[in-house]
Design a protein around this ligand. Structure first.
Ligand code: PGA
Length: 241
């Protein structure tokens, strides 16, 4: 795994944003795997500004997101569809029909998982996947214990994940208990992966990822099976490296 260390969150966002826009310009029909949460927000702001200033176009770009809460409609401000629309898609020239997320409101959730997995395969897979990392090592919503062979599936969120994400909700009781997430094997099929991390809260997880071996108790360690992973992290997140 290659490691790019930056001074702070802003520099991490710029560095990752520059690498990403280079990829998009050299492959205008790229399929991006996208993530939600606090970490990628600065990158999305970079992409929006670059689109305005330098006119990088997304009219042939496709995107597939890692995950979505079960039970939250796209109109719910805490749904990941809503996050992506407002933090990225509506500011770019990407075609709405080329932006994909799992649908967490359908009645047959198993069928939805299969549909999403096939959809990713059908569009030729992910060229470049953006990932954050949970303090417990989750990638997407693959919580500790998830099989490295998993494909898109329903996950029961770890209590520490619900607690971490409760900052976006009025109370922890409102945080959904389940989500649909790309599986670990789904993520590993992408051609290239950028893992992003910022701040001291992620330092122990990054140290474990970089220094320790592979274990299903620590989902991000599956990334050691992939040949093209770049960690882009600020020095607070890399403080134990
Ligand atoms: P964060 O989430 O970017 O909001 O820290 C990352 C994650 O939980 O995967």
């Amino acid at each position: 795994m290659k490691i790019i260390s930056t001074e702070n969150y802003q520099e991490m966002s710029i560095k990752a944003g520059l690498l990403l826009t280079e990829k998009i310009r050299s492959n205008p029909a790229i399929t991006l795997g996208l993530a939600t949460g606090s970490t990628p927000k600065g990158i999305y702001q970079f992409l929006i500004k670059d689109h305005q200033d330098n006119h990088t176009t997304y009219n042939q770009v496709k995107s597939v997101n890692l995950d979505e809460y079960i039970g939250l409609a796209p109109s719910n401000p805490n749904s990941y569809r809503y996050f992506m629309q407002h933090n990225l898609f509506e500011h770019l020239d990407i075609q709405g029909s080329n932006t994909y997320l799992p649908n967490g409101t359908v009645s047959d959730l198993e069928a939805e998982c299969n549909r999403y997995e096939k959809l990713i395969e059908g569009i030729g897979g992910v060229d470049l996947q953006l990932l954050g990392i949970g303090q417990n090592g989750h990638i997407g919503f693959n919580e500790p214990g998830t099989s490295f062979n998993s494909r898109t599936h329903i996950i029961t969120l770890a209590e520490n994940t619900r607690l971490a994400n409760s900052r976006f909700f009025n109370s922890i009781d409102e945080v959904p208990k389940q989500a649909i997430t790309m599986g670990i094997a789904t993520i590993l099929k992408s051609t290239e992966i950028f893992l992003l991390a910022s701040g001291e809260a992620k330092a122990e997880a990054l140290a474990r990822l970089i220094n320790d071996g592979m274990s299903e108790d620590f989902p991000a360690s599956a990334l050691k099976l992939h040949e093209n992973v770049t960690i882009i992290a600020d020095k607070d997140a890399l403080k134990y490296i």
